[in-house]
Design a protein around this ligand. Structure first.
Ligand SMILES: [Fe+2]
Length: 351
């Protein structure tokens, strides 16, 4: 049997060799089509860098995560897209659930990206992370009194003081998904009920709107992703920097005073190779390129996120927020618990 297999193995290698040398499908080998939910001008440098490094021409479509997912579902196997780039593990999970991704095995990706930031079967990979932090008004909340844990936001002492964006926001769903995993569904739901009891107003707006509401004193507390805070800090508008100056932040669930606390909830921006990708090899090369230090720096700095690759410098403004211990929960769990998270919020009356 072994002897019979040998010629076939040789044939496969020979064809692979021809493809690598560019004798098979030369046109397809030089292109890559990306659908990206990121739209940061600094991503241009990232894409140019990939083309310079590989000679692969890169075409991209930019739209919201929802729009791209709808488009991919509609295009089906006729889609020209090779790679989907989105923010938040919740969106990666939606693409995974709809079987839009293919499994990728890459020693480069597996070595450089910690296991908790990628899908166990290689359906998607996280390239940058963000933390969801407590934001408080420094005039109305003394630093020493500010909530130290997500759980503290449900304390009745904050009645009428809390602003939150909608529970259907993927960021709040992912946080709830992590709490369900860590605390159990019952306690997580009780926490949500406590938040609702503390609302200063009904949920509305995005993270930046919540931060502004804290700065104006409409509420004392909120939760926001780190990059929204840094964006205001770095803004060229005086009014934005004034907002940033009004607020303090806390990375929740650090050790003290609760020893062995689980750490701050974090999430990923990530990408996967699409099931019907016409250029899958180029797609994997692109994902591997994203891990190069220069690409990691660009990818993370574009949206003030933390690079996943070890040893890549964090943006100085982001660094000023401070170091913290992150919850080491595998981020694919956030997607898996998403439906339960929404139901728990619904039961708690968190709109
Ligand atoms: Fe965002």
């Amino acid at each position: 049997m072994k002897n019979l297999m040998r010629p076939f193995a040789f044939l496969v290698l020979a064809v692979a060799g021809l493809a690598a040398a560019g004798f098979v499908q030369p046109a397809a080998a030089s292109e890559l089509n990306i659908y990206s939910a990121r739209h940061y001008s600094s991503d241009d440098a990232l894409y140019d860098g990939f083309t310079r490094a590989t000679g692969i021409k890169l075409n991209r479509v930019e739209a919201s995560g929802d729009q791209l997912l709808a488009r991919l579902r509609q295009e089906g196997r006729n889609s020209p897209a090779d790679v989907l780039v989105v923010v938040d593990a919740g969106n990666l999970w939606l693409a995974e659930r709809d079987r839009l991704f293919r499994s990728v095995r890459s020693a480069t990706l597996e070595k450089a990206i910690p296991a908790r930031f990628r899908h166990p079967d290689g359906l998607w990979f996280g390239f940058a992370t963000r933390a969801r932090v407590v934001v408080y008004n420094k005039d109305t909340v003394a630093a020493a009194d500010a909530p130290r844990r997500y759980e503290d936001l449900a304390n009745p002492r904050w009645k009428g003081k809390l602003c939150m964006r909608s529970s259907s926001s993927v960021y709040n769903l992912s946080l709830m998904a992590s709490l369900i995993h860590r605390l159990g569904e019952e306690k997580a739901e009780a926490w949500a009920r406590g938040l609702v009891a503390n609302f200063a107003r009904d949920p509305k707006g995005g993270d930046t709107d919540q931060i502004r509401a804290v700065a104006t004193g409409e509420c004392a507390l909120t939760l926001a992703n780190t990059y929204y805070v840094v964006r205001l800090m770095k803004s060229d508008k005086d009014a934005d920097r004034a907002v940033a100056a009004k607020i303090g932040i806390v990375f929740p669930n650090q050790d003290a005073p609760n020893q062995n606390d689980r750490g701050t909830h974090i999430n990923v921006s990530g990408a996967g190779v699409l099931a019907h990708a016409p250029n899958p090899e180029n797609a994997v090369r692109f994902l591997e390129y994203l891990l190069r230090p220069e690409a990691q720096a660009l990818f993370a700095a574009a949206n003030n996120e933390y690079p996943v690759a070890i040893g890549v410098a964090v943006d100085p403004a982001l660094k000023r927020l401070g170091d913290f211990k992150a919850d080491d929960l595998a981020v694919h769990v956030l997607g898996e618990n998403r439906a339960r998270a929404q139901k728990a919020y619904d039961r708690a009356g968190f709109k």
